[in-house]
Write a protein of this length. Structure first.
Lengths: 292, 762
């Protein structure tokens, strides 16, 4: 039994924003796979719920005339992972999503919920960050957009005002065209687990040159992060095993893992460095590159 | 013939269709819910408690604290009662406590209309503690001047030792090589699907009825009586279907409390349904062991000495206490009966969740250490690890060096030989020897074990069986032994069908045990039931068969001695094709013929005074990804000597389930505790890592079928044993792959990282 005190159901974005404005204690619930766990632990602050699960205008996956991919935040993981558009243009997102929970969880959990929950282990965050995804946010003051990278403020903190809702996740055409990638989730078991470290690499290869690399990590810092200095240092270099070794070394300066009872910092660094090497290598190979 | 066939489980349809009823499926109008107030410190004393606000919350029926409960200290272990005071389980509990001994200890209990009201009510209880330093480790608990967790205990609950085969010092001194090691195992959880749940009510003013998810209804009745200070006959315990136990329900946990509550509330029904989170801190766990070992071996491959010293951590309360470490030690004797051996064990109280019985009862902990040092001995003298074991393990005709009991059946050598073939040991070892080590490496490992088929001679082993021939010629069978998912009801039906000579489908087994009705049996534990119960079922079936034939003789005019029963028909003994009369006709005659009639039944209570050792081994090939600190099992086989296999499909199920649990203990599962506060970090299934279906590999399983003459059908224990040998086999394979000896469990990536780093692999 759950001890929630109020429950309303919104049918549109505007209605949901209205409910949020009226109840300062309210929380949105979509798939419920995070919120119900919090309710189970009897966290009082999740006892006022606004159910947005059935808002049709937030449940879509499209590619517009410019070729940009737009994902409605209420798309459940299964529909994102199985979407022909996603699998064709940004398969790394599909790969990442299929590592989440089990089939039942993926049928319920939404991609927007995963991002708005704001935890550093969110498995959909790193592929979208590597893709330079942009989020659209609507609230009583209107619509705004920001890079997903700026959306994460801290553990369980995202750049949403109380009256605001995430309404779209966009990956523009130039951010996926010509890129190939690879995702790897390092966890203690192969399903139904939280990432110890998550890693997404996206790269562009031309004539054995790594013309672009985007490397993102989950659980390597208080929020999902991009390894910008590593990316800058290796862009334009010739592909070689030394390059991979350099990437493995360089990422250490981009990450800030911590020791918790779940894993020690030095262990996480070992995994981060190993994954940098292996995940980038696989991404390069997916892009047609060969490693000497 | 029903034995040896994979007949359809008698409860298959009920369970698959969801019709089987478990404790929570029964509902009585007006049933109240109860919940414990649990401590938020691991060690200390309640200075003040005020329950008035909680008690006055609408919907709350009552709140009780440590001040309200009977002063009878009781023991909770699901053992038979002992007449020997020295062997009695330690009675160190009251229903509620003022003295807090672990994080989550039970201080008060609230009863209300429903669980939501209880959650609110518990928040309203005001409590003030005097906190003591939590004694989380063995060292802290045994340190000079450490506060006694139970007054007068010195924090040691029990100590035992044995020595066999001559002086250990002499044996070690004479050995060509001597090895020494320290090994550590972890706290594991049972993780049965159905959490602990029980309810109680009174139908009159005297008798208390308790319905519970328990492995041991008859023992539960006695312990409820002890805890409440009531004559045992006034307690009635009913056990419906249960969703697994693995030993956590071989303990009396909720039954005395619900019985107390219904008594206090005028007989109204009261239920306690623990959450998973509560179950994982406040029921039972597996004892972690710290083992110091010395082994001596000669260059010819003879194991000459084993010196074992165990410290077992029982946590906050006794439960099975020192019995677990004691029982573990006995298994070493039946595995290497020809070596000189010394065993010493102490069991220690700490401020951790209480450890109790868990599948294989101490054997996995000791066998881990044992197989680590055996492996080292083999490698030190340069002998193939399998050959070293084959040379030294028990053989038929060996005897327990302490009790002198002969091993009537023993197929361990054959198990090892078969396992070696299955994994293609020689071929793969030769190939591995040539490989250059890279970041991803392969290795082979082996481990073997011995276990028992019951608790004799430590405990009394009684089993009861009752059989009634129905009017239609079918049979009703009732046993005191309990079905807990392992398939006991089906096995009992097979045994009865086999001995009497009727079709399996004509046997109806009463699944529920109700202590007012069921024959006496102490329950499901120690892998005892198919062995101990078989002796009662066999005798009852034999008696009933004789009575049926005697009556068939009266009906047919042919002497009973010349008749037999085959597939439900009375036939001529010499010529089975000559059918004399159907069983149905005999049954109807017996029930209704006024002159010669009389009901045909049999009831036997049989005491078993033997205990057949059971054997087996694990072979495994692993791939170790050194930089990622991960182990993947490529192939694994469990080969068992459990005597005659009664039901091959269920036997394979036991082996695969047990080996999977062993893999879990080897590579995944452990309770994590804050060393400063004693708080449990991971009492949920997100953070306590049970491997999933995609983590557990295909598990190969074979049986070397021996015949055990001391059991009714030639069978020996199989329920617990499959869990024992996978962890050390995996550990030995990791050593083979990486050159690194991991001497603690579980071998998670976190731990491998530390070991690989120390070894310079990273």
């Amino acid at each position: 039994m759950f001890n929630f005190k109020s429950y309303v159901k919104a049918d549109s974005i505007q209605e949901a924003i209205g409910f949020l404005e009226r109840d300062p204690e309210a929380h949105l619930i979509a798939g419920g796979t995070d919120v119900l766990v919090k309710l189970h632990k009897a966290k009082g602050q999740f006892s006022h719920l606004i159910d947005i699960h059935d808002i049709a205008e937030l449940n879509f996956i499209t590619r517009n005339d410019e070729g940009d991919l737009i994902i409605g935040p209420l798309s459940c993981f299964t529909s994102v992972a199985e979407s022909t558009l996603i699998r064709k243009y940004i398969p790394i997102l599909s790969e990442a999503i299929l590592t989440i929970g089990g089939p039942q969880v993926r049928n319920m959990a939404t991609i927007g919920g995963n991002l708005c929950n704001g935890v550093p282990s969110a498995d959909s965050a790193t592929p979208l960050m590597a893709l330079n995804a942009v989020v659209s946010i609507e609230g009583s003051h209107g619509l705004r957009q920001m890079p997903l990278e700026d959306f994460f403020l801290g553990p369980s903190r995202v750049a949403l005002e109380h009256h605001e809702i995430l309404t779209a996740i966009t990956v523009t055409r130039d951010n996926y065209t010509g890129y190939c990638g690879h995702f790897f989730k390092y966890a203690m078991r192969n399903a139904m687990d939280i990432a110890t470290i998550g890693c997404s690499a996206l790269c562009k290869v031309e004539d054995d040159i790594l013309t672009d690399l985007r490397l993102a990590y989950g659980v390597a810092a208080p929020v999902p992060i991009r390894c910008k200095s590593t990316e800058d240092n290796v862009r334009g270099r010739r592909i070689s095993s030394e390059l991979l070794d350099d990437i493995g070394q360089a990422v250490i300066n981009d990450v800030r893992p911590r020791t918790s009872w779940r894993a020690a910092r030095d262990f996480r660094l070992q995994i981060i460095a190993t994954l940098a090497h292996r995940v980038v290598k696989q991404a390069i190979m997916n892009a047609g590159g060969t490693i000497q | 013939m029903a034995i040896g066939r994979s007949v359809k489980r008698v409860d298959a349809v009920a369970k698959v269709t969801g019709r089987a009823r478990y404790t929570d499926d029964f509902f009585i109008p007006g049933m109240l819910a109860a919940r414990y107030l649990r401590s938020t410190i691991a060690h200390g004393r309640v200075k003040k408690i005020d329950t008035r606000r909680a008690a006055s919350l609408p919907g709350v029926e009552a709140v009780f604290t440590y001040e309200d409960v009977p002063r009878n200290k009781f023991a909770t272990a699901g053992h038979p009662y002992s007449l020997d005071a020295a062997h009695k389980d330690v009675a160190d509990r009251l229903l509620l406590t003022r003295h807090v001994r672990y994080w989550g200890d039970e201080i008060a209990v609230a009863v209300a209309e429903n669980d939501l009201i209880l959650q609110e009510a518990l928040k309203l209880i005001e409590i003030e503690y005097e906190a003591y330093e939590p004694l989380v480790t063995l060292e802290a608990s045994l340190a000079k001047g450490a506060r006694e967790i139970h007054v007068g205990s010195k924090n040691v609950i029990g100590e035992s030792h044995y020595a066999v085969g001559g002086k250990i010092q002499d044996a070690l001194a004479g050995a060509d090589v001597v090895l020494e090691g320290r090994y550590q195992t972890q706290i594991c959880q049972h993780c049965h699907i159905e959490n602990h749940i029980a309810y109680a009510y009174m139908d009159d003013l005297e008798h208390i009825v308790v319905v519970s998810s328990t492995q041991i209804p008859h023992i539960a009745r006695r312990i409820v009586g002890e805890a409440l200070g009531l004559p045992w006959g006034r307690i009635r315990v009913i056990k419906p279907y249960i969703g697994g136990g693995f030993g956590a329900k071989q303990d009396v946990i909720l039954e005395p409390m619900v019985a107390f509550l219904t008594m206090k509330l005028g007989g109204r029904p009261v239920k306690i349904d623990l959450s998973r989170e509560e179950c994982m801190i406040a029921t039972r766990t597996r004892h972690p062991f710290e083992v110091k070992m010395r082994a001596g071996a000669n260059k010819d491959g003879t194991l000459v000495a084993l010196d074992m010293d165990v410290l077992s951590n029982t946590g906050a309360y006794a439960s099975h206490g020192h019995s677990v470490a004691g029982a573990a030690g006995a298994k070493a004797r039946s595995l290497y009966p020809r070596a000189a051996m010394r065993y010493h064990a102490r069991t220690v109280y700490t401020n951790l969740p209480t450890a109790g019985a868990m599948r294989a009862y101490g054997a996995p902990q000791l066998e881990f250490a044992l197989d680590c040092i055996i492996e080292e001995a083999a490698r030190k003298i340069g002998m193939d690890p399998v050959e070293f074991r084959i040379k030294n393990v028990a053989r038929q005709g060996d005897a327990d060096p302490l009790s002198g009991e002969r091993f009537e059946s023993c197929g361990l050598v054959e198990c090892l030989q078969r396992g070696k073939q299955l994994i293609r040991w020689d071929e793969k070892r030769a190939a591995l020897a040539k490989r250059r080590p890279g970041p991803v490496r392969r290795g082979l490992g082996v481990a073997c074990f011995s276990y028992a088929s019951g608790t004799y001679p430590v405990c009394m082993e009684i089993a009861g069986a009752r059989m009634i021939l129905n009017q239609d010629g079918s049979l009703h069978v009732q046993v005191g032994a309990t079905e807990i998912g392992q398939g006991l009801d089906t096995i009992v039906a097979q045994m009865a069908a086999e001995t009497i000579g009727i079709p399996f489908e004509d046997v109806h087994v009463v699944s529920t045990q109700d202590t007012d009705v069921a024959p006496f049996d102490t329950g499901a534990y120690a892998s005892r039931q198919a062995y101990v119960t078989s002796n009662a079922v066999f005798r009852a079936a034999r008696e009933l068969k004789a009575r049926i034939l005697e009556h068939a003789g009266r009906v047919s005019g042919i002497l009973g001695g010349e008749l037999d029963i085959l597939d439900g028909a009375i036939v001529h003994r010499g010529d089975a094709s000559r059918k004399v009369v159907s069983l149905r006709e005999v049954a109807l005659d017996a029930y209704y013929d006024k002159q010669r009639g009389g009901q045909l039944t049999a009831e036997v209570s049989h005491k078993t005074c033997t205990n057949a050792p059971t054997f087996g081994c694990t072979f495994v090939e692993v791939e170790v990804d050194v930089p990622l600190c991960k182990v993947q099992i490529k192939e694994i086989y469990n080969v068992h000597d459990s005597g005659v296999i009664l039901h091959p499909a269920m036997a394979r199920g036991q082996v695969q389930g047990g080996a999977a649990m062993g893999i879990a203990a080897g590579l995944y599962e452990e309770m994590l505790i804050d060393p400063k506060t004693g708080r449990i970090y991971n009492n949920n299934f997100l953070d306590y890592k049970i491997p999933t279906v995609v983590d557990v590999p295909d598990i190969g399983c074979e049986f070397i079928e021996t015949y055990e003459p001391t059991s009714g059908y030639g069978n020996k224990a199989l329920g617990e044993p499959p869990i024992i040998s996978p962890p050390p086999a995996i550990r030995n394979a990791i050593w083979d792959a990486t050159g690194v000896q991991i001497n603690e469990l579980p071998m998670t990536p976190h731990r491998l990282y530390r070991y690989f780093k120390e070894a310079g692999l990273l």
